[in-house]
Design a protein around this ligand. Structure first.
Ligand code: B12
Length: 299
């Protein structure tokens, strides 16, 4: 039998929200549960379904694999990792564009890199562009940078181009100004900004109103910005900062933020920062789930 929901501790989502977030129609979602036990949602005392973030994530993986041409009955037993691999295998064309971007960056051809990335953004849309091009490209650049197979100039060109492209997409897509925004930044000392910017674009593409403040902001500034903008949450991205340093910054900010503003953290080792005050954002899918959950709460 399905366990009972504990809504207070667990940011569970309703059936309707899960249907919207995953893109699965209510009929398909019900059929996947009934026939295949794709997930077993919790039930409120009144019998209403509630879904945990990890169940939503699993439904997304299943949908991606089905969209990629697999039959639900063949894949429903696979682990999350195996499902991700199914999907990655169908994204070969994007890997081609990553290889092209790296080759162009290594000969420092700025206009060609701009053109390629603009084309990919148009073709894929912002959410897929962030997840399937921006993040893997930076990871590849990082690997090559570490082994010396791309120059520092090549790495800087990729970062600068992505920052301009994602920044201008945000400028061109302002959210609803009457909605309380999510503020994106990084803690003091964290100059790696692209994953925070990418997260802001992803959240905007998922329907949130966002304000991107750039990296490396003192907590006093962030807290004051949250008050000024009546932020729903401040979202910090962390790439390199040691956990202890990040913890001090995050706790300080948590104490300074208005009580109705949440504090979310994502990125390397940030799971260790989770507390009653601080919500750990596992990955971009989790970010989307929480954005949609907030919209459902507001609506
Ligand atoms: C570009 C880059 C820089 C640029 C940054 C420019 C800019 N404007 O952002 C510059 C040149 C400034 C730079 C400087 C340094 N860098 Co650097 N840099 C990189 C590089 C190549 C890409 C970083 C990036 O944007 N990654 C983007 C994404 C793909 O990776 P990510 O940050 O890990 O984020 C992932 C998750 O953590 C998550 N995530 C992250 N944030 C968030 C937020 C939310 C809300 C969510 C949901 C998820 C999420 O999403 C991503 C996808 O999974 C990486 C290599 C790499 N593999 O990442 C090195 C890297 C991060 N740098 C590194 C280092 C060591 C440095 C320096 C210390 C180098 C030096 N000796 O000076 C300095 C540090 C400066 C400082 N004080 O912070 C190391 C960090 C190692 C570590 N973990 O400790 C890396 C990994 C390179 C390496 N292989 O050694 N760097």
């Amino acid at each position: 039998m399905a366990p009972m929901a504990s809504k207070k501790d667990d940011p569970t989502l309703s059936f309707g929200t899960v249907s919207r977030v995953t893109g699965l129609s209510p009929d398909v979602l019900r059929a996947w549960e009934r026939r295949y036990e794709a997930v077993v949602p919790m039930r409120t005392p009144g019998g209403t379904r509630r879904y945990t973030p990890s169940q939503v994530q699993r439904l997304r993986l299943l949908k991606n694999a089905v969209d990629a041409g697999h039959r639900i009955g063949d894949i429903v037993q696979l682990s999350d990792d195996a499902l991700s691999e199914c999907v990655v295998a169908t994204r070969a064309p994007r890997r081609d564009s990553l290889a092209a971007a790296l080759e162009i960056a290594s000969r420092l051809d700025a206009p060609a890199l701009w053109e390629l990335l603009c084309r990919e953004l148009d073709r894929l849309g912002p959410a897929d562009f962030v997840r399937d091009v921006t993040l893997p490209l930076l990871q590849d650049v990082g690997d090559r940078w570490a082994t010396g197979s791309i120059t520092i100039a090549g790495e800087h060109l990729v970062t600068a181009t992505l920052r301009t492209l994602l920044g201008s997409w945000l400028q061109d897509h302002p959210g609803d100004a009457s909605v309380r925004p999510l503020l994106f930044s990084t803690p003091p000392g964290e100059t790696h900004e692209i994953s925070s910017l990418a997260a802001a674009v992803f959240a905007r593409a998922s329907g949130a109103t966002v304000v991107y403040l750039g990296p490396d902001l003192p907590s006093e500034e962030l807290a004051s910005a949250a008050r000024t903008s009546r932020a729903q949450a401040v979202v910090l991205g962390i790439a390199h900062l040691p956990v202890q340093t990040a913890r001090v910054a995050v706790e300080r900010l948590g104490a300074q933020l208005p009580s109705d503003a949440e504090l979310w953290v994502g990125g390397a080792r940030t799971q260790q920062l989770a507390s009653d005050r601080v919500t750990w954002i596992r990955d971009f899918d989790d970010l989307k789930t929480r954005v949609m959950g907030q919209q459902a709460d507001d609506g």
